[in-house]
Design a protein around this ligand. Structure first.
Ligand code: ADP
Ligand code: MG
Length: 614
C-alpha cells in the first residue's frame, strides 16, 4: 500500500472534523476524495501531507509510519486551489525551487525542468512570470513544481477550483496524463461529482468528517450503501418501500424487484429504495410500459437540456402512497415527486407535454441496506407527539437522513398495559421523550413492532460521542448496523464498550481484547463503520452509567435480544428519565415475547439480523 490511514481523527475545539478515517490507497492509484464543503477533505489531505498533526490514529506512506514525521520528509507533492506560485519568480525558477533547496546541480535542475515542462505541456514558457500566464497555465506550473523533487505521492486540493469549465477540462486531462505517465499515487480532493467520475480509479465519499464509502465510480453509483452517497453521486429519487418475500412494495403497489428468501427480522419491513432518474420509464398507459409499473403521474416540470430531457412527475397513485423521502436536489419531501431524465430517443418514442398524465415504470431499483428508514414520534397525547416530532435533534437527524418524521398517538403510553396491543404495528424507528415510565413505554413499543426505539431528553443536543454496547452477541450485528446508520448522520466519535462481568482480571483480558477486535473488524467490513473500542469490567449498566456520567453530550446505542434482558440488566438505568439520547435496538433472538394479538409481526426465523452491506 502506498498510503495507509488507520482511524485518523482530527478535532477542532473538541469536535471531530476528520472522524476515524481508515483508508488504503494502492501504489499508482488515482484516488479522489469527494464530499461537500466542510466535510473534512482538506483537513485529511493536510494530515496526509504532514501540514497538520492528528489527534488519533496513524498514517503510513509506503509502509513507513509517518504520523510524527515532518511534511518535508514525507516526500509528497502538493497542489492547492489558489495557485500559490512565487509571484516574483519565473516559471523555470518556480519549478526549480524545490531542487535548489535540495542543492541539486544547475545542469540537472535544467534537465528536470525541461522534462516537467514537457509533461505539463508548457515547453518554452520557462521565462514567463506567473502574471503572464492564464489560470490554467499557472496550475500546470503548480503541478510541475509539486513533481520536481520526484515525490512518491501527489496530493491535490481542488486544483480546478478557480478555473472556468473549458480550462478545467484541459487541465483535468493533463493531470490524468501526467498521473498515468508517472504512475504516481495521487489523492485529489474535490466537491465536484463530475470531476471525481472523470479522474478517479476509486472515489471515497466524505461527509461530516467520516469516510462513508469508497469504491470504483460505476460501482458506487450503481450500488451505494448509504443515502448520502446515493444522492450526492448524481440525482436519486429515494422512496420508502416495504420489503416482502415477493419483492418490493410501494404502498399497495407490488413491484417484482428484489424478491428474497429470507426477510430480515423474519418479517416485512420498511426499506429505502433508490430510483435513478434515468431508470424511470414513462408510457401513455400502464399496459404500454415495458418495465415494472410503480405509479400513475402528471408531468409538472419539463426542461430541455440538449442531450437530455429532465422532468418532474407528480405521482397520483401507486408509489405515491409509498411516501417519497426525497427527490433530487430540491426539497419536496412531503409531496410525491419523481425526477425523471429521458434521452432524445425516448422522447421521440413517447413525446410528453406539461400536465400530461403518464404511467410510470422503473427499470432498476436499488434497495439500501440501511436499517433506519423513517421516524415515528410516539406519545400518549397529540400535543406531546407533535412537540416531540419537532425536537431539534430528531429534526436534524431526519433532515440529514432525508427521511420523514410521522407522529403517532398511543393513549396507552400514559400507563402502558402489556395486554393492550397497538392497532397497527409500529414501523420505522419509534421515538419517545424521556420520562418516568420510560422502561414500561420502551417495553410496550418494542413489543408492538418497533425494532428500534429512540429516547430523547427535551434538551438533547447532537452528541459528540456515541457509545455502543450490546447485551449479547445475537444483538451485535443489528446494533452495529444501526450505529453505523446513526453515525453517518451525526458528527460524533464512536466508541464500542465491551464489558466483561466481574473484576478486572488479567486472565480474562485477552478474551475481552479479542472480542473488541472482532467487533471493530465487523463494524468496518460489514457496516463501513470505524469505531474505537474500550474494555470495561463489572456490571453492564454500572459501566455504561459511569461513561455516560462523564459528560452530557453523549448518546448510547444499546442492543438487546429480549425484553427480559432490558428489564433485568438495564431496568435500573431506565427507572428514571435519562439525561442522554438513547437508541435501543431490539432483535429478539427467539420468538418469546410477541404479543399474541400481533401474531406474525415478529415470527423471526433467524436471529433477526439486518441485511449486510452487499
Ligand atoms: P473541506 O475541505 O471538506 O471543505 P475542511 O477540511 O476544510 O473541509 O474543514 C472541515 C471543518 O473543519 C470545517 O467545519 C472547518 O470550519 C473546520 N476547520 C478547518 N480548519 C480549521 C482550523 N484550523 N480551526 C478550526 N476549524 C477548522
Ligand atoms: Mg477544502
Amino acid at each position: 500500500m502506498s498510503i495507509t490511514l488507520d482511524q485518523v481523527t482530527k478535532r477542532y475545539q473538541g469536535a471531530p472534523v476528520v472522524n476515524d478515517v481508515s483508508l488504503e490507497v494502492a501504489q499508482g492509484e488515482f484516488f479522489v476524495l469527494l464530499g461537500p464543503s466542510g466535510s473534512g477533505k482538506s483537513t485529511l489531505l493536510r494530515a496526509i501531507a504532514g501540514l497538520t498533526g492528528v489527534d488519533h490514529g496513524r498514517i503510513a506512506l509506503h509502509g513507513q509510519d509517518v504520523t510524527h514525521v515532518s511534511a518535508r520528509q514525507r516526500g509528497v507533492g502538493l497542489v492547492f486551489q489558489n495557485y500559490a506560485l512565487f509571484k516574483h519568480m519565473t516559471v523555470g525558477e518556480n519549478i526549480e525551487f524545490a531542487l535548489r533547496v535540495r542543492h541539486m546541480k544547475a545542469a540537472d535542475r535544467l534537465k528536470r525542468r525541461r522534462e516537467l515542462l514537457r509533461l505539463v505541456a508548457l515547453e518554452g514558457m520557462d521565462d514567463r512570470l506567473p502574471t503572464q500566464l492564464s489560470g490554467g497555465q499557472q496550475q500546470r506550473v503548480a503541478v510541475a513544481r509539486a513533481l520536481a523533487h520526484k515525490p512518491q505521492v501527489l496530493l491535490l486540493d481542488e486544483p480546478f477550483g478557480a478555473l472556468d469549465a473549458k480550462i478545467r477540462e484541459e487541465l483535468r486531462r493533463t493531470i490524468r496524463q501526467v498521473q498515468r505517465e508517472l504512475k504516481i499515487t495521487t489523492v485529489l480532493v474535490t466537491h465536484d461529482q463530475e470531476e471525481a467520475f472523470a479522474l478517479a480509479d476509486r472515489i471515497g465519499v466524505m461527509n461530516l468528517g467520516r469516510l462513508l464509502e469508497s469504491g470504483k465510480p460505476d460501482e458506487l453509483y450503481a450500488r451505494p450503501a448509504t443515502r448520502f452517497v446515493a444522492t450526492f453521486l448524481g440525482a436519486a429519487n429515494l422512496l420508502l418501500a416495504r420489503q416482502t418475500t415477493q419483492g418490493i412494495r410501494f404502498g399497495s403497489t407490488p413491484v417484482r424487484a428484489h424478491p428474497t428468501d429470507k426477510l430480515d427480522g423474519g418479517r416485512e419491513h420498511e426499506v429505502v429504495a433508490v430510483l435513478r432518474p434515468e431508470e424511470i420509464e414513462l408510457a401513455p398507459t400502464r399496459d404500454a410500459l415495458r418495465t415494472n409499473f410503480i405509479a400513475n403521474g402528471v408531468v409538472e416540470e419539463l426542461v430541455f437540456t440538449g442531450a437530455l430531457e429532465r422532468m418532474r412527475v407528480r405521482m397520483t397513485s401507486g408509489a405515491a402512497e409509498g411516501q417519497l423521502v426525497s427527490s433530487g436536489a430540491e426539497n419536496h419531501a412531503s409531496s410525491a415527486f419523481l425526477d425523471v431524465t429521458r434521452t432524445q430517443y425516448e422522447h421521440r418514442a413517447f413525446p410528453v407535454t406539461l400536465q400530461q398524465s403518464v404511467a410510470v415504470g422503473v427499470r432498476r431499483i436499488h434497495v439500501l441496506p440501511t436499517p433506519l428508514s423513517s421516524y415515528t414520534a410516539c406519545a400518549s397525547g397529540p400535543e406531546a407527539a407533535e412537540r416531540l416530532a419537532r425536537h431539534p435533534f430528531l429534526a436534524e437527524l431526519a433532515a440529514r437522513m432525508k427521511t420523514r418524521i410521522a407522529s403517532r398517538v398511543e393513549p396507552t403510553l400514559a400507563a402502558p398495559d402489556r395486554n393492550v396491543a397497538a392497532s397497527t404495528p409500529i414501523s420505522g424507528v419509534a421515538v419517545i421523550a424521556t420520562q418516568n415510565n420510560l422502561l414500561q413505554q420502551s417495553e410496550w413499543l418494542l413489543q408492538n413492532g418497533a425494532a428500534e426505539l429512540l429516547v430523547l431528553p427535551s434538551q438533547a443536543a447532537p452528541p459528540q460521542r456515541v457509545l455502543i454496547h450490546w447485551a449479547d452477541d445475537s444483538a451485535r450485528r443489528s446494533t452495529l448496523a444501526v450505529a453505523a446508520s446513526v453515525l453517518r448522520h451525526v458528527p460524533a466519535e464512536a466508541v464500542y464498550l465491551g464489558i466483561l462481568p466481574g473484576a478486572a482480571d488479567d486472565a480474562q483480558k485477552p478474551l475481552g481484547v479479542r472480542a473488541l477486535l472482532d467487533a471493530r473488524s465487523e463494524a468496518q467490513s460489514v457496516h463501513g463503520l470505524e469505531m474505537r473500542t474500550e474494555l470495561h469490567f463489572g456490571g453492564a449498566a454500572e459501566a455504561l452509567n459511569r461513561q455516560l456520567g462523564e459528560s452530557t453530550d453523549q448518546m448510547l446505542i444499546l442492543g438487546i435480544s429480549s425484553l427480559q434482558q432490558l428489564r433485568d440488566q438495564f431496568g435500573a438505568m431506565l427507572a428514571s428519565p435519562v439525561p442522554y439520547s438513547l437508541m435501543i435496538v431490539y432483535r429478539p433472538a427467539k420468538e418469546l415475547e410477541v404479543n399474541p394479538r400481533l401474531d406474525g409481526i415478529r415470527d423471526t426465523g433467524g436471529a433477526g439480523e439486518r441485511a449486510a452491506l452487499s
